[in-house]
Design a protein around this ligand. Structure first.
Ligand SMILES: Cc1cc2nc3c(=O)[nH]c(=O)nc-3n(C[C@H](O)[C@H](O)[C@H](O)COP(=O)(O)OP(=O)(O)OC[C@H]3O[C@@H](n4cnc5c(N)ncnc54)[C@H](O)[C@@H]3O)c2cc1C
Length: 298
């Protein structure tokens, strides 16, 4: 494919052709994409984006693919993984971390150093960039509580620092989500000094709770719907009798109704159909409009 040849000529990172997106998403579903590029540096990313813009080829930044539902049709564009941007500096309670670094790994590392603030994140299989984009969170905390600033690439391909107050963090929402041309390159996170044993105990308690309440033995992308104000999406789905309901191998989990799990060969389209059916059924029976937390990629 011509675009892949042109990308390879840039020598801007690892380039894979005709990739199976199943390998890059936690749902393990979806079709193929023209290509996947893993830039080595920010300069490489800039060069790649310049080329893609000139060639009018669409692209999608992917982190750990833990919030994405790809269609089964070919994604006619380039996936860009920032897994190469995985720098990490920890100085006292300040952490500077690349967008491609694993949030879970960082949360466990900082816990061992007696730094408190990322306990909520040990069960969230995100990259730092994806976590900032989604304002990932749990247990009444989220990235907005700990991120001091981020370095972004603007749509004009300039590197800029944006501070917490500019990032518009709300429940599973951020400036980045509302401005898709911006790419998170790095985050500066501030944690508090804490006690290693207390932090570890809290993490272990939450881990057991997740194992008890979430179907982590199957591929999924976590919660499908945002919790509506004063209610729980899982409870509403259970009340309309959808636990265990399925389309193909895409099942509403019996353990947690706000999870859809892939019991084998669920297609991206099966998952999407089931999600839309649940949303419509909850609207019909409960007159509540559930908002989808996960993202469909076509
Ligand atoms: C078992 C399980 C449990 C989960 N539990 C939780 C939970 O408790 N709380 C929670 O909030 N979420 C949870 N999630 C959902 C998911 O982990 C989060 O939404 C996470 O933030 C997604 O990060 P990611 O790196 O995988 O991003 P992806 O899913 O790869 O991408 C998500 C979006 O972010 C964009 N993006 C990714 N990186 C960047 C970047 N560097 N710059 C700009 N945009 C970018 C993508 O383009 C895409 O639009 C869970 C998922 C699973 C599978």
């Amino acid at each position: 494919m011509e675009i892949i040849t042109k990308i390879k000529k840039l020598n801007c990172g690892e380039v894979l052709e005709n990739v199976d997106v199943k390998k890059y998403t936690t749902y393990k579903a979806g079709g193929h994409a023209w290509g996947l590029v893993m830039p080595y540096t920010i300069r490489d990313l800039q060069a790649l984006l310049k080329l893609l813009n000139e060639e009018r080829v669409k692209y999608k930044i992917i982190g750990k693919g833990s919030n994405l539902i790809f269609s089964d049709k070919t994604y006619e564009g380039i996936l860009i993984s920032l897994s190469g941007l995985d720098n990490l500096i920890i100085r006292d309670n300040t952490i500077v971390v690349g967008a491609g670094y694993s949030l879970m790994k960082l949360a466990l590392k900082t816990a061992r150093l007696g730094l408190s603030g990322l306990e909520f994140a040990t069960g969230i299989p995100a990259s730092i960039g994806g976590a900032v984009y989604m304002n990932a969170g749990a247990y009444k905390s989220d990235m907005g509580y700990v991120v001091k600033s981020i370095r972004v690439l603007t749509p004009e391909l300039e590197v800029k620092t944006m501070y917490n107050h500019e990032l518009d963090f709300h429940y599973r929402s951020s400036f980045l989500q509302k401005h898709p041309g911006y790419i998170c390159l790095e985050a500066t996170i501030i944690l508090k000094r804490g006690n290693v044993e207390e932090i570890t105990e809290l993490i272990n308690k939450r881990k057991s709770r997740r194992l008890e309440t979430q179907p982590l033995e199957y591929p999924s992308a976590g919660s499908v719907f945002r919790n509506p104000e004063g209610n729980f999406a899982g409870a509403l789905i259970e009340e309309i009798g959808y636990k265990g309901k399925h389309i193909g191998d895409a099942y509403v989990s019996e353990k947690h109704a706000n999870f859809i799990i892939n019991k084998g060969n669920a297609s991206g389209d099966d998952i999407k159909k089931l999600i839309l059916e649940i949303r419509d059924q909850v609207k019909k029976e409960k007159n509540i409009e559930l908002k989808i937390e996960q993202e469909f990629v076509e």
